[in-house]
Design a protein around this ligand. Structure first.
Ligand SMILES: O=P(O)(O)O[C@H]1[C@H](O)[C@@H](O)[C@H](O)[C@H](O)[C@@H]1O
Ligand SMILES: [Mg+2]
Length: 345
């Protein structure tokens, strides 16, 4: 049995025993076979220091069960390094012509760069964490199952904002969420063209380039900016609902409606406090997995568009600075239900 799965099964052991286990784990996982650094990306050690330090609390050496959570720090450090490397690939690709292909319909775009970046991320993670599972946008498009289990799972959108990327519209993100027991454990969203590295760790806060994030304190929707997207469905019924919602929200009236063209960056805007709420119907789990943790760790709330509990597989999300704004927004949304990400084919 691999080390991390063993840890999951050992949750009931006393803290001292667990702490010994953590020490062994750290020794074995921090040093690649042979003592070399072949599994580390360029600058990974530096990235580790820059982004891990604000995220590791001072209690991390107490040997309590909270130590369990720090077993995932190694994975998070790797995710940050991978996102930065992926961002370089995206920026380089913007210098060349981009060959555009389509997926579910003529406006659901994909490029070779989406596929290349997803491969880069998944291959590297498999090498370093061979027992982990994946949900990746382009792997699912190629026929892989989209199932979230209790296993440590990397939820990857190699390019969130592919349409932006195709047109060089300057909001493009690499989004990596990591869940254990179906709960988001860490999040990395790299806004490649702005060079902003958003990170969050469950219970440890959200950050942008190492600076703490806090949602807006505005509780009056009439003083708010709301963000949303039109999505890639052109189904007349869906389009009708999208416009009805937009009309109702605009006419509350709110200060403004915005959309960056990427769910991940829209959620980073909520976490940063420059937008009070983001909602969308039609997104996928890879669009919002990382963003959901960034919002909640920055003090925000997540909700379904009908006001129930958020469900990352449902393709519906409200992410807001507060319950007050989220519920007010929900009262204006004309919801619909696309086929769930985990629907059986
Ligand atoms: O396909 P990518 O990964 O670029 O992601 C999607 C965005 O994240 C949505 O918000 C948005 O509404 C679009 O559906 C867009 O396709
Ligand atoms: Mg996406």
């Amino acid at each position: 049995m691999d080390v991390e799965n063993a840890v999951l099964e050992l949750c009931s052991l006393p803290a001292q025993v667990l702490w010994s286990f953590v020490c062994v784990y750290r020794t074995t996982c921090r040093s690649p076979p042979g003592g070399g650094s072949t599994l580390l990306l360029d600058n990974e050690e530096e990235e580790t220091r820059k982004y891990a330090e604000p995220l590791i609390g001072s209690d991390c050496r107490q040997g309590s069960t909270s130590e369990m959570a720090d077993l995932w720090q190694n994975a998070m450090d790797h995710a940050v390094a991978l996102a930065r490397r992926a961002g370089e690939v995206v920026r380089e690709a913007l210098q060349d012509d981009r060959k555009v292909m389509t997926k579910s319909c003529s406006v659901d775009l994909v490029t070779q760069t989406d596929q290349k970046v997803e491969q880069l991320i998944i291959q590297s993670v498999k090498e370093k964490f061979p027992t982990h599972s994946f949900i990746g946008e382009e792997s699912v498009a190629a026929g892989e199952a989209c199932v979230l289990t209790d296993c440590p799972t990397w939820i990857v959108d190699p390019i969130d904002g592919t349409t932006n990327f195709v047109h060089a519209f300057p909001f493009v993100a690499v989004s990596i969420g990591f869940s254990v027991n179906r709960q988001m454990e860490f999040a990395v969203v790299y806004s490649c063209l702005e060079d902003k590295m958003y990170t969050a760790r469950r219970g440890k806060g959200a950050f942008c380039n190492g600076e703490p994030l806090q949602v807006s304190g505005q509780e009056d929707i009439k003083q708010s900016i709301i963000s949303t997207e039109f999505g890639s469905s052109r189904d007349p019924e869906a389009v009708e609902k999208i416009f009805l919602s937009l009309r109702s929200i605009l006419c509350i009236p709110v200060h403004g409606v915005r959309g960056a063209g990427t769910a991940a960056i829209n959620m980073c805007h909520v976490a940063s406090g420059c937008v009070e709420a983001y909602y969308e119907v039609g997104i996928h789990v890879w669009d919002v997995a990382a963003g959901s943790l960034l919002v909640s760790e920055a003090g925000g709330v997540l909700m379904d568009v009908d006001g129930g509990a958020a469900d990352l597989m449902s393709r519906r999300i409200v992410a807001a600075n507060s319950r007050t704004i989220a519920e007010r927004l929900v009262s204006e949304i004309h919801s619909f239900s696309p086929l769930r990400d985990d629907a059986t084919p």
